[in-house]
Each structure stands twice: as C-alpha cells, then as structure tokens.
Design a protein around this ligand. Sequence first.
Ligand SMILES: Cc1cc2nc3c(=O)[nH]c(=O)nc-3n(C[C@H](O)[C@H](O)[C@H](O)COP(=O)(O)O)c2cc1C
Length: 361
Amino acid sequence: MSQLFTPITINNVTARNRAWMSPMCQYSASPSGDDLGRPNDWHYVHYASRGWGGVGAIIVESTAVTANGRISPYDLAIHNDDQIPSFTRLAELIVSTGATPGIQLGHAGRKASGPRPWEPEVLHPKDSELGWEPVAPSPIRFSGSYETPHELTEDEILDLIDSFVEAARRAVEAGFEIIELHGAHGYLIHEFLSPLSNKRTDRWGQDRMLFGLEVIKAVRAVVPGVLAIRISATDWCEFVDDSRQGWTVADSVEFIRRAKELGLDFVDVSTGGNIPDIQIPAGPGYQVRFAAQIAETGIPTGSVGLITEATQAEQIVRDSADVAILGRVLLSDPYVTQAWRARLREEPEFAQPYHRQLMRS
Ligand SMILES: Cc1cc2nc3c(=O)[nH]c(=O)nc-3n(C[C@H](O)[C@H](O)[C@H](O)COP(=O)(O)O)c2cc1C
C-alpha cells in the first residue's frame, strides 16, 4: 500500500492523501472595482478541477492581506469582509471535491505591484493607473525594474500584523482549514528574515525573525485548523562572501524551532526568491533535503519543487517529508494523481460521473 495515498492528520485536520496542490498565482482577479481580489469563474474551475483530480489538499494561491500586498494588481486579496462570500464559495467547492481547502496568505512587500508573468512589459510603477508604492523592512529595491520601497515604520509594522490576523479570520470564516502564511520567495515575511533585505537597527532588525514570529503568534489565535508557513529554507547565498551572506538553512531550523513553540503546525519548504541574480541548482526534488532538515525539529513538513513522478513522490513521503506538494505538474494535468495511483497499484478514484466509464475496460 502506498504511503502517498494514505490519509494524513495534522492538528485536527485530515487530508485524504499526501499529494497536495501547491499555491500558484493565477493573476486572474479583477485589479479594481468591487470585484478587486475576489476569486471568479477562472479560479472556481481551476481549483475544482484539481480537487476532482484527486489531490489531498489544495493550497489556494497567494492571497494578499492588504491591497498593497498584492504581487500584481490581478492577485487574489482578502482584506475586507465583503470579499468573504466569494472565498466561501471557493472553499465549499474544494470540500465538495473531497480535498481539504487551504489558502496561502501573503504580503508581497518590496515585490508588490509587479507585472503579470505573461506581460512582463506591462509595469505598474507607483504613479501608474493600477500601481502603488511598495513597502518593505528597508528601502532596498528587489531589482532594477522594481520601485524602491517605503521603509515601514513601527506603527505600520504593527498594522500589518493585524492585517494578517484579520485576513486569517476571514479565511477561516470562509471555510479554509489550512492557513498557510507566505514566508518565502522574497515577499514581506522573508524580507524581514533575510539579512540581504532587512538592514533595520530597531527590534525588527536586531531580531530578524521577530516579524514572522509575531505574525505566527497572532494568527495562531484565530486559526482552529492547521497553521502552516511556506519558507525559503535558503537564499542560496550562504557561501558567496561576507558582504552577501543570505538567509541560511541553519537560520530556517532556528526560526521553525521558535515558531513551533508558538503553535505552528506545518512547514512547506521552498527556497530562493529574495535576490534576482542567484543561480539555483534546480533538479528533480532539489528542495527535499531542506524539508528533511526542517523535519528534524519535529514538525510536519511538505516538500515542493520538481516532484513530477509517482515513485519519486512516494519516496519523499516515506523518507523525507510528510507531504509531497505539486506545482506545475498539476497545471498541465489536473488528473495526474490518478495516473500516479495506478503506478503505485492503488485503485483510481475518479468522481462518480467519470467513474463508470473510466473503470470499464
Ligand atoms: C504559475 C505559478 C504561480 C506560482 N505562484 C505561487 C504562489 O502564489 N505562492 C507560492 O508560494 N509559490 C508560487 N509558485 C511556486 C510554486 O508553488 C512551486 O513552489 C514551484 O512551482 C515549484 O514546484 P513545481 O516544480 O512542482 O512547479 C508559483 C509557481 C507557478 C508556476
């Protein structure tokens, strides 16, 4: 019997299996007006398809906790109560497929107000129709095409922690059972963690983990289900030179040890994203070893990144992580876990309307 297709319980939430859908921005929400940030037909069909496809849990794409925390003007956002019904529909739809509904809550920090990947030439600088001024721990821009961010004040930092809490409260009210904080890929929480983007001399810089830990502590109080975080385990800049010493795996282990004491339930382990000019040695399962190192703190983990084969995913959940988190492989084939079930000698589990036709040989 495969381990991949065995249910898993974390805190009080049980997912039907350990092949989960990774958060992937669709850049398809309305950028303005009453529908700003709300999921629409694209999102409903996109997520329901992967749910019917058979994944154990779906972590809905990065959803901004404030309007100026959107990665692009077309991101999902959950910064006011009027948006809740649109998210309730999405959570209910995911539940109806048998998958566990999760959502990633994020703030893009200095990487906010960016273009959609398929129209990189359409920039949204702060004085453009859809753009705004990004914020960050320190006024250091991500790269040449990004704005220099406004350096957050103490009061603004405290307000942002409240924004995470309020967004989590709304997501829970909408029915999401896994709340994943986006602490990776060079967005706000990661910007506070990394010495490459946080040069503050106040308490938020003396202890660069403080912002992330305060968010975890405050959000924990409103999340009855799974509280998760995605981290970048490394900036891939550990050995360059002293002047460019980045966030390291050892830092990640310490951060998660501290976060676990505050009640964190799960870590989704990714890497990179905080500096544009680093070569990442990507290859099959290249981030698995980091999940295994984080798992040594005793917290359940998920591994993500180029997991594309059934036997590979099975090996990962047997040896290194609790969950295999799938990204692009699910964009090209929402039903990929059905093929993986067959490969691992499990019965396919198609939805009833497909079952009779597809099970007949
Ligand atoms: C279209 C697209 C959008 C993405 N959006 C997000 C996101 O919203 N949040 C996030 O943490 N990672 C995001 N990612 C990264 C994926 O979640 C995943 O970590 C990455 O694609 C590596 O996994 P894979 O090799 O299985 O695709 C995105 C990736 C893609 C391809």
